[in-house]
Design a protein around this ligand. Structure first.
Ligand code: FAD
Ligand code: SF4
Length: 452
């Protein structure tokens, strides 16, 4: 019997290179039921162990089999506030699907694709949660509207707390809105997921930077508890010569300009200065998003990574899609210097070949430069995607304790300041959507335990 996983349809390669529409098209009802029928409904489901928010996976898959999607959605939404997002961007291959028993001898159940199917059905059919008018009088402030802040808000609102989110940007969603591109995560989906929290009664105040006119101390006077979820959005650079040239960007800047400000459109007020040949330096999801976005702007786009393709930290599916789209993968190479003309415009890079060594304590292979092999590449745009660190604007004058990497120190989710909690990338450093959500959920529980 053929027990292959049902493959999701995607936009064809030639078309998608020229647009920002979603690449993966989702399951049809027939495909979802067929995939659901592959599940064994294990008595001790390993998939659930792999899910940071503990979704009862076999249970929701059973309802898909029975074509009872409303019930399937109830199961998922009791554990996750953002299933249409998780279904699309969670690294399932390392989590639920990575643990699925079917994966031991064949292909794991496509849990992410099934979750997405149910969540999209819920959006299309307006199955979102209903606002509770029975508020308990307790007020909670959340700083930051990324997945950590949104999840914490959803949990508290469901339990009748008055929740206000403060967000510095003019749109809510954090990285979901300004970082992950439309072709992986449509902004309409993010907006609908946020709308379902607003329906629950969550108040989102946009364009409010905490740390300046309003500080944490001010919020403490008005709210019973505070959850800090400000992420880690400060880009890192290499510190090499030429990095201050006009056409050297951080991946965050490029992605924000493209996703949030639509700077590629002809009528954009903040148009992006497009080069002809761009190199994105890095190998994670952020690098992959940046290089695939540049390709869609008609730029010859290269990904330069100092290790080999095997070590790329990006999701395998993103690597596959990037290759299909014609991105050039320049592996085992690293820039040493960015070359500029007399007006400080980028004209190329001096690049050194790299050599892989043994696996180190961090589980990754070490890498060294081979100075016998240095060459020049021509380009007029360089994008650094080397990770990010936390921005402490919100914490100004608060003396909340930080570790030596500048991350907030927490006990579970409690900070060193009374009634102030923190979670997501501001605590872990750059991580994943689902880990940020897990932290948001834990913080909500701790807050409820503490203030009743
Ligand atoms: P964020 O999402 O960063 O949200 C923090 C929010 O706080 C922002 O909206 C910010 O504007 C706001 N804020 C900051 N300072 C203040 C202040 N002083 N006052 C008010 N508001 C403030 N993870 C995955 O699981 N899968 C992926 O495919 C994936 N792809 C990624 C692609 C990119 C380009 C990037 C950058 C990250 C990606 N990640 C991915 C990682 C994931 O998005 C993050 O781990 C996650 O968003 C962290 O959530 P958070 O809520 O902690 O912070
Ligand atoms: Fe189904 Fe796999 Fe979970 Fe077993 S481990 S219940 S087969 S999804």
């Amino acid at each position: 019997m053929n027990d292959s996983r049902v493959i999701m349809n995607v936009q064809d390669t030639d078309t998608r290179q020229n647009n920002f529409s979603e690449v993966e098209l989702g399951y049809t009802k027939k495909e979802a039921i067929k995939e659901a029928n592959r599940c064994l409904h294990c008595l001790n489901p390993r998939c659930v162990e792999g899910c940071p928010v503990g979704i009862k996976i076999p249970e929701f898959i059973k309802y898909i089999k029975e074509d009872n999607i409303k019930k399937a959605y109830e199961v998922i939404s009791s554990a996750s506030a953002l299933p249409a997002i998780c279904g699309r961007v969670c690294p399932q291959e390392k989590q639920c699907e990575g643990k699925c028993i079917k994966g031991l001898k064949g292909e794991a159940i496509a849990i992410g694709a099934l979750e997405r199917y149910v969540a999209d059905y819920a959006i299309e059919n307006n199955l979102s949660s209903i606002k509770s008018n029975n508020k308990n009088g307790k007020k909670i402030a959340i700083i930051g509207s990324g997945p950590a802040g949104l999840t914490c808000a959803g949990e508290l609102a469901k339990n009748n707390y008055n929740v206000t989110i403060y967000e510095v940007l003019h749109e809510a969603g954090g990285v979901l809105t300004y970082g992950i591109p439309e072709f992986r995560l449509p902004k309409e989906i993010v907006k609908k997921q946020i709308d379902s929290l607003i329906n629950l009664g969550v108040d989102i105040k946009l364009n409010v930077p905490i740390g300046n006119a309003i500080k944490i101390e001010d919020l403490k006077k008005e709210y019973d508890a505070i959850f800090i979820a400000t992420g880690a959005g400060l880009p890192k650079f290499m510190g090499i010569a030429g990095e201050n040239a006009n056409e050297v960007f951080s991946a965050n800047e490029i992605l924000t300009r493209i996703n949030l400000m639509k700077s590629y459109k002809d009528d954009s007020k903040t148009p992006i200065k497009k080069g002809k040949v761009a190199y994105v330096i890095g190998g994670g999801n952020v690098a992959m998003d940046a290089v695939r976005s540049l390709k869609r702007l008609g730029i010859e786009a290269h990904l330069m990574y100092r290790r080999s393709e095997e070590e790329l930290p990006a999701r395998k599916v993103e690597v596959k899609h990037a290759k299909e789209e014609g991105i050039s993968f320049d592996m085992l190479q690293n820039p040493q210097k960015i070359l500029t003309d007399e007006d400080n415009h980028v004209i190329g890079m001096e690049v050194v070949d790299m050599v892989l060594g043994d696996v180190g304590e961090d589980g990754r292979r070490s890498v060294t430069e081979n100075n016998d092999f240095i060459h020049i590449v021509d380009c007029d745009m360089v994008v650094m995607a080397l990770g990010t660190s936390p921005n402490h604007e919100a914490l100004k004058d608060s003396n909340i304790k930080l570790d030596d990497k500048g991350l907030i120190i927490v006990d579970n989710t409690k900070t060193s300041m009374d009634n102030v909690y923190a979670g997501g990338d501001i605590v872990t450093g750059s991580a994943t959507v689902i880990l940020a959500m897990e932290a948001g959920k834990k913080a909500a529980q701790e807050i409820m335990n503490k203030i009743g």
